[in-house]
Structures are given as structure tokens and as C-alpha cells.
Design a protein around this ligand. Structure first.
Ligand code: GTP
Ligand code: MG
Length: 292
């Protein structure tokens, strides 16, 4: 742990802080807050690899007392045991987490019925006041690239919105009819205008939940190696690069791999590490475990 803090503090002394707040996100945030008035239930989409770092600190404030469904997407990217640990942890916080794999369409039915359930209660209140029933209006909120649009496509059962491996794909808010009972608003990813916690910012960069212009690949890949070592995933790196990273800093590991196999090209090694982590080539690896 001491080693890790040393490595990270070196990182932050030498590197400019990671900040990413493009214009389209500022605009989306304003529109989202406006639309939230019309919404009955919020689906908060978290990245299962980093459920804490991918929680937007202002969401609670924005949604007030509207019902919220917490979705940990990318469940295929963490081990089953970690999923269970998170499940227990969320339940201890009095929350019911839903796990999904929006890429392959797993866990989708449970989300649909949870959203529908909030609609039943909402329509009962409407009828009590002499109003007609209407579809429940839901919104997906979350950081960029966590899989909001992919989840909507799965809920509809066909490709209705664009979903791609890159942060900042959805630029505009768009209502989509899921069924006679549910309407869902696809929204661009939102992110705090300042990333106060740089340890979290690094995790967001590793998971590609912020745009590439915000960080330096070599610095983030080195931090990724440090983090994997801290969390006990040195074997994943070793089997991928045929070199044991134990006891090394991420920076030194990148240097070693590049000297051995990449003709000294550290940028290529950095990109390869990030690519392998992001595409699951290193296996299912979480970057956060539930706090004890
Ligand atoms: N492995 C895996 N990949 C996923 C999952 N969900 C989404 N993806 C992939 O992640 C990438 C981003 O998905 P999007 O649906 O565009 O994410 P988004 O949250 O809408 O992103 P923005 O519109 O940029 O905010 C796509 O390449 C998806 O195929 C998942 O559960 N598992
Ligand atoms: Mg999107």
C-alpha cells in the first residue's frame, strides 16, 4: 500500500491533473436537469469495475426523492465473487443493485420490471387524482461510456441509439419508447466539471470513461499497473507480457516491456496495456473492491 501511495504521489507531482469537461457535456447537463422534472424514475448506470468512482457526486442532489434503480453494468468485466461482494455492500447501504451486461443483454429483464413497478405506483397515484394512466418515464444517467446507450438498445430489443467504444458518443438527449409501459431518455454521459479526486480520475481514465484528450497514456497505463499490483492482479500482467511486474513501479514495468519487446516504444506498450485491460484481454479485473 505504501508503495502504491508513493507511486501515485510521484504521478501527481509530475503530471498535470486529469480534467475533462467538454462543451457538449456542460450543455447535456443543463438539458438533463431540465428533463428530470418530467421523469418518474432514474436508472443510475455505474461501471461495475469502479462503482464508487463512476458515481456522479451530484446525482443524489439532482434526483431528490425520485425512485432510483442502481445498475452496475459491465458485470462481465468483474469476477463473480466481486459481484457478490458488491451486492452485499450495496444491500448494507439499503440499496438494491442490479447487474447487467448490456453488450450481451444479460440482466435486462430485471431492470425492465423494476422500472415498470415504479410505473404501477405512479399510475395508481394518477388515477387517485382522476388522471389517466401513462407510460412511466425513465432516464439513464451515468458517466460517459459506461454503457447507457447499449442498455437502452437491449431494453428496446433492437439498435435504436448509437453505442460505441469511446467516451462522449451520445451528444443529445433522446426519448425512446421501450414498450407501452416505459419511455426511456437516453442522455449523454455526465461528469463533474472538476474531478476533485484524482485517484478516481485515474480509474475513470483507465476504464475509458473519460475522453482520451484528458490524459497521457503512459502515465495512466503506469498507474494501471500500480493499481493492478496493489489489488493482487500481477499474474494477469505477467501472463500477458511474459514478465513478472512484482516489486516494480508501473513506470519501470512499461520501460522493461518496451525494451524487451517493443524496441523502446513506451507509448505502444502503454496503449497495449490499456487496450488489453479495456477489452478484457487480461481477464475480468475490478479496479475497486467494496470498502470494508
Ligand atoms: N464488455 C461489456 N461492454 C459493454 C457493456 N455495455 C456496453 N459495453 C460497450 O461499451 C461501449 C460504450 O457503450 P455505450 O452504450 O456507447 O456507452 P454510453 O454510456 O452510452 O456512452 P456515452 O454516450 O459516450 O456517454 C460500447 O462499445 C459497448 O458495446 C457490458 O456490459 N460489457
Ligand atoms: Mg451513449
Amino acid at each position: 500500500m505504501g508503495f502504491f501511495i508513493f507511486a501515485l504521489s510521484r504521478l501527481f507531482m509530475s503530471a498535470p491533473p486529469i480534467q475533462w469537461y467538454p462543451g457538449h457535456i456542460a450543455k447535456a447537463e443543463r438539458q438533463l436537469k431540465e428533463q428530470l422534472k418530467r421523469v418518474d424514475v432514474v436508472l443510475e448506470i455505474l461501471d461495475a469495475r469502479i462503482p464508487l468512482a463512476s458515481h456522479h457526486p451530484q446525482i443524489d442532489n439532482w434526483i431528490g426523492d425520485k425512485p432510483r434503480i442502481i445498475v452496475l453494468n459491465r458485470m462481465d468485466m468483474i469476477p463473480e465473487s466481486t459481484r457478490q461482494d458488491w451486492s452485499k455492500w450495496f444491500k448494507l447501504q439499503d440499496e438494491q443493485p442490479y447487474f447487467t451486461n448490456a453488450k450481451q443483454g444479460k440482466g435486462i429483464k430485471a431492470i425492465k420490471s423494476a422500472a415498470q413497478k415504479t410505473g404501477v405506483a405512479m399510475n395508481q397515484r394518477r388515477r387517485d387524482r382522476g388522471m389517466r394512466s401513462r407510460p412511466v418515464r425513465a432516464v439513464v444517467i451515468g458517466f460517459p461510456n459506461v454503457g447507457k446507450s447499449a442498455l437502452i438498445n437491449r431494453l428496446v430489443g433492437k439498435k435504436v441509439v448509437v453505442s460505441e467504444r469511446r467516451a462522449g458518443v451520445t451528444r443529445q438527449l433522446r426519448w425512446v419508447r421501450i414498450s407501452d409501459e416505459i419511455e426511456l431518455l437516453d442522455a449523454p454521459g455526465v461528469i463533474p466539471w472538476r474531478l476533485e479526486n484524482q485517484r478516481d480520475a485515474v480509474k475513470l481514465a483507465i476504464c475509458e470513461d473519460i475522453g482520451q484528450s484528458a490524459y497521457d497514456n503512459q502515465i495512466v497505463a503506469a498507474a494501471a499497473v500500480d493499481l493492478l499490483l496493489e489489488l493482487g492482479f500481477s499474474k494477469a500482467l505477467e501472463s500477458r507480457f511474459q514478465l513478472d511486474p512484482t516489486g516494480m513501479t508501473g513506470e519501470a514495468f512499461i520501460q522493461l516491456v518496451s525494451d524487451r519487446f517493443y524496441k523502446g516504444d513506451k507509448e505502444r506498450v502503454a496503449r497495449q496495456i490499456l487496450y488489453d485491460f479495456r477489452t478484457g484481454n487480461m481477464g475480468a479485473i475490478p479496479l475497486e473492491l467494496p470498502p470494508v
